[in-house]
Design a protein around this ligand. Structure first.
Ligand SMILES: *Cc1c(COP(=O)(O)O)cnc(C)c1O
Length: 382
């Protein structure tokens, strides 16, 4: 998190401790409202189209579950779709009798938008695509998918978790109808935050499964009225400090300019991929014509968890583990089960990336790391 985010976020927690939760919330009214505006500005939407959520997954589940599914309805998605969505698809197939179909990838690994378009039929109700899948540097052609969705009048739910805050994301340019994103990744917001954006005309067609005193009003003993716009997806109780922090994170990214952030990340990630491709025993596994700031690689002899532990202990470098749990199909097919993931951000330096490559060079020679111990087994991190 950048300093202004930390200050806003922990400043609010301090105020809660000093004057109480309700009182602090009332005093922070402007900052809370500011979240909707800075978030909407970042993605080219309107403030009333934004809902604050506690994670991207919650945002995604909320809209997915708000569609009036009928048995036989079809969802079209990509092979690189996020693990939690894949699990929920399977659950929805069993529970609701819908069918989820995977569009093929192009040889570059992206979703084949044209093939996806050809799969659209009379029962197709929704298209779901991840902009930047979690684990291989891929950037899906979301504008092409959006154009197809528009042509067929179909709603398009975009998972923009890794792209919001990393590259310009404009909902009207992309042509999506719903977008879910997280706070804690490229946006550099607090953990336990996320948001949902729903196009104005679409929100009214969605009926959230869980309503409360914020998302609806009790108008008479047996009547209620659902809140308008995306706010129908919000609950009354929330992580107030998180919402304030996320608002500042959106404004911070907007002030620097996501265009500039994206250009810098692309340069750094390109530099890292180049260095890695020359490092002994290392294979870069990223796919796609256009690449994100997520750089994934593996050592041909040393398991990824060991590489990660080495980088952290020797160099203080944080990388994470991508496993088949995260984006199952594509990895299994390519015969890899574990990858090291280095997510580069604009604040990283060329020196840091060179040091990472240099450390890997030393890892390649086992006798040069005689004292190295393997740490605890690592869980995979989305
Ligand atoms: C991280 C991630 C998610 C989940 O975000 P949470 O805020 O952890 O729920 C969804 N999709 C993609 C592509 C991700 O990388």
């Amino acid at each position: 998190m950048p300093l202004p985010v930390i200050e806003a976020f922990s400043g609010h927690l301090d105020m809660e401790a000093q004057i109480g939760g309700y009182e602090a919330e009332a005093a922070a009214e402007k900052a809370l409202d500011g979240f909707y505006h800075s978030c909407a500005a970042l993605i080219g939407g309107a403030a009333e189209e934004v809902a604050f959520m506690d994670s991207a997954t919650r945002a995604w589940q909320a809209v997915f579950g708000a569609i009036d599914w009928r048995p036989g309805d079809e969802v079209l998605t990509a092979r690189s779709e996020y693990v939690s969505h894949m699990i929920m698809f399977r659950q929805a197939e069993r529970r609701l009798g819908i069918r989820v179909r995977l569009a093929p990838d192009t040889p570059d690994g992206e979703v084949d938008a044209e093939a996806l378009g050809a799969m659209i039929g009379p029962r197709t109700r929704l298209i779901c695509i991840s902009h930047m899948p979690t684990n291989d540097g891929l950037v899906n052609p979301v504008h092409e998918v959006g154009a197809i969705a528009r042509r067929h009048g179909l709603p398009f739910l975009l998972d923009a978790c890794q792209s919001v805050g990393q590259i310009p994301v404009d909902v009207s340019e992309i042509g999506c109808t719903m977008l879910s994103a997280t706070g804690r990744k490229y946006l550099r917001g607090p953990r336990g935050t996320g948001f949902l954006w729903v196009a104005r005309d679409w929100a009214e067609r969605l009926s959230p499964l869980g309503l409360d005193v914020k998302s609806a009003a009790w108008t008479s003993p047996d009547q209620f009225e659902v809140a308008s716009g995306a706010r129908r997806f919000e609950l009354w109780e929330r992580f107030v400090a998180g919402q304030i922090g996320l608002g500042v994170a959106c404004a911070y990214a907007g002030e620097i300019g996501v265009e500039a952030i994206g250009a810098r990340i692309a340069d750094l990630a390109g530099h890292l991929r180049e260095g890695l491709s020359e490092a002994p025993g290392i294979t870069v596994w990223d796919q796609g014509r256009r690449r994100s700031g997520i750089v994934t690689f593996a050592h041909d002899a040393i398991p990824a968890p060991e590489v990660i532990a080495w980088l952290r202990e020797e160099g203080g470098i944080n990388t994470s583990l991508s496993t088949t749990q995260l984006t199952r199909g594509p990895l299994v097919e390519r015969g890899v089960t574990q990858l090291v993931r280095a997510s580069v951000h604009a604040f990283n330096t060329l020196d840091e990336l060179d040091r990472l490559v240099e450390l890997l060079g030393r890892l390649a020679v086992p006798e040069r790391r005689p004292h190295h111990r393997i740490g605890r087994p690592l869980p995979s991190q989305p």
